[in-house]
Write a protein that binds this ligand. Sequence first.
Ligand code: 5GP
Length: 202
Amino acid sequence: MDQGKLFVFSGPSGTGKGTICRELLKEPGTWLSVSITTRAPRAGEEHGVHYYFVTREEYDRTVEEDGFLEHAEIYGNAYGTPKKYAMEHMAAGDDVILEIEMQGALQIKKAYPEAILIFVLPPSLKELRDRIRKRGTETEEQIATRMKTTLSEIELLPEYDYFLINDDLEEAIATARSIMKAEHCKTAGSAQTLIDRYKEEQ
Ligand code: 5GP
């Protein structure tokens, strides 16, 4: 069986990457990795569904045991992608989706150059600002700081393989699906298997 591929989605918060990733899961043979975090669960978040919520000791132990594909500290909390499940799913032929921030995505690219990095962009900073304002969870000062962070994150775009502008959600999902499909049609890694298949038929 062919090995599945590793698709990494990141982008500034508020761009809707979570919604896009959840939609992509509807495709059979697609699996979304559940991360480990030391942050406390938010209302409605479930252990094993949104995250595995662990203590700092458990997290540190996983780092020592080399149990993460990547891991990063974000705003005082630690996050990591468990290696075992992602590897098992890829070996079973599933496409594995990670929704992680940029430090982690760049670690993945270094360790697994064959991973496909996709950056989800907002249509504009103005639109992103409006979306966050509507949510009403942050002060104007916090929003201004967040816009600066967003800009520095967008500067990492050249490190990514693809970008996706989430202007219209349906279109963004369709584009993400096209990217995944196109990656499966690359000759790199598949050419010899295909040649052999045709030769066997002769
Ligand atoms: P939140 O705490 O809001 O759920 O997530 C904060 C940030 O951490 C988001 O950008 C999210 O994509 C990212 N994140 C979630 N899980 C992981 C992970 O396993 N590794 C890394 N590097 N980032 C993660």
